[in-house]
Design a protein around this ligand. Structure first.
Ligand code: PRP
Length: 201
């Protein structure tokens, strides 16, 4: 039996579609249920940012999560497979026409990705003041809360529609199958089998 933490929403649906193809059965969470048991797997429906936490503590053997979320958490987990879904990038966003003034003594950055943003600006020897937000990040530079943002860009439409421009790319991201280290060693053949099957969909 393998327990797999899935992030609520579109990524969970796309992952379950892969399981449907592999096992030729329906995999759907009923109504508001957070647990789905099927074909020897237990799926947990959790918040995106919580996936690495479930896997780190061994409450789930495996998880499905974006590389950006994984980078943020800095946990010691095994990346098993790029599922090739949820492709996006983490990038700087600036008010249209603005550029980053690298000569400033400090820059204020609004983001959900505080670790990634801090590392990026520090690698450029720029002192950074991070304003942690949980969503609608694009608003921050428009109302003077920050000089720029660090956020997910998929199509670029959200930034565009809010008068922002996409600046430097910090990292490319897509969704990975990850594993708890102990689970990987204790259930290696089961986990590698599943990895193979998902890789071939
Ligand atoms: C992400 C991100 C942007 C948007 C980018 O938000 O924070 O707002 O998607 O996509 P686009 O480049 O295709 O416009 P998400 O939908 O994950 O919601 P949240 O960040 O507000 O939780």
């Amino acid at each position: 039996m393998l327990t797999i933490a899935l992030p609520k929403g579109r990524i969970a649906e796309q992952t379950l579609e892969k399981f449907e193809k592999v096992f030729n059965e329906k995999f759907v969470f009923e109504d508001r249920k957070l647990i789905l048991k099927k074909a020897g797997f237990t799926f947990l429906n959790v918040r995106n940012q919580d996936v690495p936490t479930y896997v780190m503590h061994g409450a789930a053997d495996l998880g499905v999560v974006g590389l950006d979320v994984l980078e943020e958490k800095e946990y010691d987990l095994i990346k098993l497979l790029d599922l090739k879904i949820g492709q996006c990038k983490v990038a700087i966003g600036l008010k249209a026409g603005d550029t980053i003034d690298w000569s400033k003594s400090e820059i204020t950055v609004a983001t959900k990705h505080t670790t990634i943003a801090k590392k990026f600006f520090e690698s450029k020897a720029m002192a950074v003041n991070i304003v942690k937000l949980y969503g609608s990040i694009e608003l921050a530079p428009l109302v003077g809360l920050s000089d720029c943002i660090v956020d997910i860009v998929e199509t670029g439409e959200t930034m565009k529609q809010n008068g922002l421009e996409v600046g430097d790319t910090i990292m490319q991201s897509s969704v990975f199958l990850i594993s708890n280290k102990n689970s990987y060693y204790n259930k290696k053949s089961q986990i590698l089998d599943l990895r193979e099957q998902l890789a071939s969909t």
